[in-house]
Design a protein around this ligand. Structure first.
Ligand code: ASP
Ligand code: MG
Length: 476
């Protein structure tokens, strides 16, 4: 259905009565020319508040739970009061209280148990999106549009990985037809909760933090939409983090693969898994600013109109390098690496980069700092025998590192690029600790000392003239 637009609004875009009005205006405007499905995040900071409440509940801290409940109620009741005409407030207020009551019942259960079962957490934290969807749909109705808040647990079917579930496309497409198509055909504006779903047998799940983008791309694919707009509070996908690089520019266009690499390597605009559902169906997406809706934003497409070369650079400093070094010639290096990777899979830490040198057979993995302890524990357990007998050196941990990622489709087959990047970095006297480049040549990942990250980002951005080359879109 090509006259269908799916739009997703993030937490900041939904953050207040004023912002929700702006969102409704965008929805209403688009709905004049095509059908629109809207997907919303919880109001800004609400998911954190809900999670924090469940932690208080687990710890048996009743006062902490109550204080948070008051905050939760106030924020949504005040927004409701500022958004709706007085006569229309009471039923919506009642629904807000009912949803918060549902949350409090789950929190109560967690308090009694003294633990947080993942599926109860998922059910509880989706309340944030159910509240924001209710507010937007109620406001649209008050403005004379037909609208309905839809709980994605009724639409998005996922696997049972609570806290980080993956949507299953076929059953989701079937449910979307049944639940959303009739609303669209009746000319209504469905407002679907981002972030959550449910298993085939109805157990509530969530798609991971920031997962509303992924909800929206899943629904776009399920409904075979013509386009997807991801609305945030920035002007699009940028050549670099503007806090590090003052002249960073918005990219006119990026490919699905570039956007995924950028998201994966620390650019905050998109959830890394968002692009996958769009690729198969070739649905173009746009990253746009809800605070400045007239700007075009960044188009995310299958292929660029002109090849770009190195187009953007991201960095991450909350990372650590784990290194493993066999001390005995008897150790099979490749097998050791395989076992290390298996151990990391068990710890569920994400490996951001791998680098190895063949001569001494030592190798290193880059992981996120918050996954470091678990990763280290699993590695030490896996190699306990070798470590005790001195066949393997104690696992090295270096937290004083940062990851740079240079991304661009056009780097493929242009041999000078890596050399120029390394030269630019070394001109700044920043030491390169490790380098990794996937065979797709889409990303060059470079590990440097943490205090060199900012300098290196600026040097790469400058050397590759990223700001000047950000606009590749052919006019017309
Ligand atoms: N509200 C959820 C979160 O904060 C999902 C999202 O915003 O995309 O992670
Ligand atoms: Mg987000």
């Amino acid at each position: 259905m090509n006259n269908l637009l799916v739009m997703k609004f993030g937490g900041t875009s939904m953050g207040s009565a004023e912002r929700i009005r702006a969102v409704a205006e965008i929805c209403a405007g688009q709905s004049r020319s095509r059908r629109v499905v809207t997907v919303v995040s919880a109001m800004s900071k609400i998911t954190d508040l809900l999670l924090n409440t469940l932690r208080h509940a687990e710890a048996g801290d009743a006062a902490g739970v109550e204080a948070n409940r008051t905050q939760l109620e106030n924020r949504h009741l005040e927004t409701c009061a500022a958004l709706l005409p007085a006569a229309q407030q009471p039923p919506v207020e009642a629904e807000i209280r009912a949803l918060i009551g549902e949350f409090m019942r789950i929190a109560g259960g967690i308090r009694m148990l003294g633990e947080r079962p993942p599926r109860s957490v998922d059910e509880a934290i989706a309340i944030g999106e159910r509240l924001s969807a209710l507010l937007l749909a109620s406001y649209l109705e008050s403005q004379g549009y037909r609208s309905e808040a839809v709980n994605a647990a009724e639409v998005i079917v996922t696997d049972a990985v609570f806290g980080n579930a993956t949507p299953l496309m076929e059953p989701t497409a079937r449910k979307a037809e049944v639940r959303l198509r009739p609303l669209l055909e009746a000319g209504a504006l469905p407002v679907v909760t981002g972030f959550n779903g449910a298993t085939e047998d109805g157990r509530p799940t969530t798609l991971g933090r920031g997962g509303s983008d992924f909800s929206a791309s899943t629904l776009a694919a399920a409904l075979d939409a013509g386009e997807l707009y991801i609305w945030t509070d920035v002007n699009g996908i940028m050549t670099a983090d503007p806090r590090l690089v003052p002249n960073a520019a918005v990219l006119d266009e990026v490919t699905y693969a570039e956007a995924a690499e950028l998201a994966y390597n620390g650019a905050k605009v998109l959830h890394p898994r968002t692009l996958a559902p769009l690729v198969a169906s070739n649905i173009p997406a746009w990253s746009k600013n809800s605070f400045d809706p007239a700007r075009p934003g960044t188009a995310i497409v299958a292929r660029l109109q002109s090849p770009g070369g190195p187009r953007a650079v991201t960095s991450m400093t909350n990372v650590a390098l784990l290194s493993i070094e066999p001390l005995s010639g008897e150790i099979h290096g490749t097998r050791l690496m395989a076992r290390a990777l298996e151990a990391l899979v068990r710890s569920s830490a994400e490996v951001l980069a791998v680098s190895s040198s063949s001569y001494r057979q030592n190798f290193c993995f880059l992981v996120r700092t918050d996954e470091l302890a678990g990763a280290l524990e699993c590695l030490e357990e896996e190699f306990s025998l070798e470590l005790t007998h001195g066949y393997v050196a104690p696992v090295g941990v270096d937290e004083n590192v940062g990851l740079l990622a240079v991304v661009g489709e056009g780097m493929k087959g242009s041999p000078g690029v890596a050399g120029r990047i390394f030269t630019a970095i070394s001109r700044e006297n920043v030491n390169i600790i490790a380098i990794a480049q996937g065979s797709s040549e889409l990303t060059i990942a470079i590990v440097v000392r943490q205090d060199g990250v900012e300098k290196a980002v600026r040097a790469i951005h400058e050397e590759c003239r990223m700001a000047e080359r950000a606009g590749v879109r052919v006019a017309g």
